[in-house]
Ligand binder design. Structure first.
Ligand SMILES: Nc1ncnc2c1ncn2[C@@H]1O[C@H](COP(=O)(O)OP(=O)(O)OP(=O)(O)O)[C@@H](O)[C@H]1O
Ligand SMILES: [Mg+2]
Length: 206
């Protein structure tokens, strides 16, 4: 049994996380790793139900603290039922968003503060940190252009919100040695090559 790993992908709405998570998972499987693919919020029965509450509800339907707590509740389940058991069993867990999203969206985008959101998430993550978090960096206007019609409640927040989230992510990367910024511009294949190189470098130096 190989050593398990936990890899998270982060970035603003439409930056290409889901595209890159799938391509990364495929590449890791092609190398012979057992890969577990998960997304946040979701990835467990309770988490998927919480996803519905968070994304498919009308604008203004919840306050920022409740929103942060719901994301954390979904995360608590994911860590205990999927991520930690998967890594312990030798799998490479590829997660489309993790706690970095809460710090950027609720902490900075909603203005709750990174410290408050870190506190809300402490018991949820329970010390389970990604080996590497890849931040896919795409200008806000370009990411908005990539998104199809039918934004969910959070995507519908507009450019100012997305810009605060982008700034929050950049600040996070500056203070986190295990968060790597990858240029998300260019074709999916170009970005994938950068993501894979970043993961390889991070794993090699771990
Ligand atoms: N490198 C790329 N260049 C152009 N379009 C892309 C690229 N990567 C992904 N896309 C397209 O942009 C859209 C958003 O990509 P994707 O769903 O992967 O982003 P996301 O970060 O997961 O978004 P969300 O935050 O909404 O889940 C999709 O239609 C996807 O096909
Ligand atoms: Mg996505």
């Amino acid at each position: 049994m190989g050593v398990g790993r936990f890899i998270a992908l982060e970035g603003i709405d439409g930056s290409g996380k889901s595209t890159q998570a799938a391509m990364l998972a495929d590449a890791l499987e092609a190398r012979g790793h057992r890969v577990v693919r998960v997304r946040e919020p979701g990835g467990t029965p309770l988490g998927e139900a919480i996803r519905g509450l968070l994304l498919d509800t009308p604008a203004g339907s919840m306050g920022a603290v409740a929103e942060a707590c719901l994301f954390a509740a979904s995360r608590a389940e994911l860590v205990r039922r999927v991520v930690r058991p998967g890594v312990a069993d030798g799998a490479w867990v590829v997660c489309d968003r993790f706690v970095g999203s809460s710090l950027a969206y609720q902490g900075v985008g909603r203005g709750l503060g990174v410290d408050v959101v870190t506190d809300v998430n402490r018991a949820a993550v329970d010390g389970c940190a990604p080996d590497v978090t890849v931040l896919i960096d795409v200008p806000v206007a370009e990411a908005a252009g990539r998104r199809c019609a039918g934004d969910d409640r959070i995507e519908a927040e507009g450019t100012g919100f997305q810009q605060r989230v982008a700034d929050g992510y950049r600040a996070q990367a500056e203070g986190d040695a295990r968060m790597v910024v990858v240029d998300g511009r260019g074709s999916p294949a170009d970005v994938h090559a950068r993501v894979l190189a970043a993961v390889d470098a991070a794993v090699a130096s771990a």
